[in-house]
Design a binder for this molecule. Structure first.
Ligand SMILES: [Mg+2]
Length: 325
């Protein structure tokens, strides 16, 4: 698969940006920012594959910018471009998360070669991450990938004041299915349900994951309770329409699912606002994960309510629950 990489050049000096643009011409799509805050805003809108970062900038300098980038996008390589030649600054940049250095004035072939090396390494890393984030049986995302994506989408939703919807889905009486039809047919059933989910939640920002056993989760960026509930109803109907025989289900003579729906607009984290967002961001990682767990727990409660009400149905959490996340 051929994809164009996107490289972000950050420097407060337009002449330095121009020199780097010449050096990197043809390696990918180049975009630029003249300050740290602008760079972060640009990345929030459309993530990039690699960042070249000037160390010495007014306001948010390269070190603080790098720290923020690493908090939000730990996998994006950052190369420092610096006039500082001393080891103190080099160590400081590496500690802030940089993968490499180039020195000013730049030597175009050297910059180009180094950027090429890091793009190749990054592509390999992305491949490994994709493999480690995939469920081997169904080919959809696994729980680890879901957890990572939940944190990213949660932060995006907080920035953009958008809701984040979540479905928890369970195949009804699946243990009885496995006991009667055997594990080979059971695995096939899981694959078929996973395919239905992947086909129905396919917008950018949607993620379908196997949560464990016969349980699936669907992350729906931008979906409120109503939107997420509507999709859940369609998924229920689509699984029913597969008409996979299940003679020992207490619900229907074929395979059905129960779905719990939750949604919330994440509260903006005040410590992430403004130019000195970096100082607090390390401390914020855990709370985001905890708040994401709350959303998962709410969808799970709704799922149990759907089961308690007779299975083969959708239960949407009470709107009051959804106000604060
Ligand atoms: Mg500068």
């Amino acid at each position: 698969m051929i994809t164009t990489v996107r490289i972000l050049i950050v420097d407060d000096d337009p002449a330095a940006i121009e020199a780097l643009e010449h050096a990197l011409a043809g390696l990918g799509e180049l975009c630029c920012a003249t300050g740290g805050a602008q760079a972060l805003a640009l990345m929030a809108d459309d993530p990039v594959d690699l960042v070249l970062l000037d160390a010495n900038m007014p306001d948010l300098d390269g070190f603080a910018t790098c720290h923020s980038i690493k908090q939000e996008y730990p996998d994006i390589p950052v190369i420092f471009v610096t006039a500082f030649g001393d080891e103190v600054h080099e160590v400081r940049a590496l500690k802030a998360g940089a993968v490499d250095f180039v020195h000013k004035p730049i030597k175009p072939p050297v910059v180009r070669a180094r950027v090429g090396v890091h793009l190749r390494l990054n592509a390999l890393n992305a491949e490994l991450r994709a493999l480690s984030g995939r469920d081997a049986l169904t080919g959809i995302a696994n729980r680890r990938a879901l957890d990572n994506q939940l944190v990213l989408e949660w932060r995006r939703a907080a920035r953009q004041r958008q809701p984040l919807g979540l479905l928890m889905i369970d195949i009804d009486h699946f243990k009885r299915y496995n006991d009667y039809y055997g594990h080979v047919r059971g695995d096939d059933c899981l694959r078929q349900v996973a395919q239905v989910l992947a086909a129905m939640a396919n917008r950018a920002g949607d993620l379908v994951a196997r949560y464990g056993g016969e349980e699936f989760a669907v992350l729906l960026a931008g979906s409120n309770l109503e939107g997420a509930g509507t999709l859940a109803g369609k998924i229920c109907a689509a699984v029913r329409a597969l008409a996979i025989p299940h003679v020992h289900s207490a619900v229907a003579p074929y395979v059905t699912v129960s779905i719990g729906v939750a949604s919330g607009v994440p509260a903006i984290d005040p410590t992430r606002q403004g130019a000195n967002a970096t100082s607090q961001s390390a401390a914020n990682a855990a709370p985001v994960l905890q708040r994401v767990q709350v959303l998962l727990a709410r969808a799970d409660r709704a799922l149990y309510a759907a089961k308690a009400a007779g299975r083969d149905r959708v239960c949407v959490e009470a709107p009051a629950t959804a106000v604060e996340s």
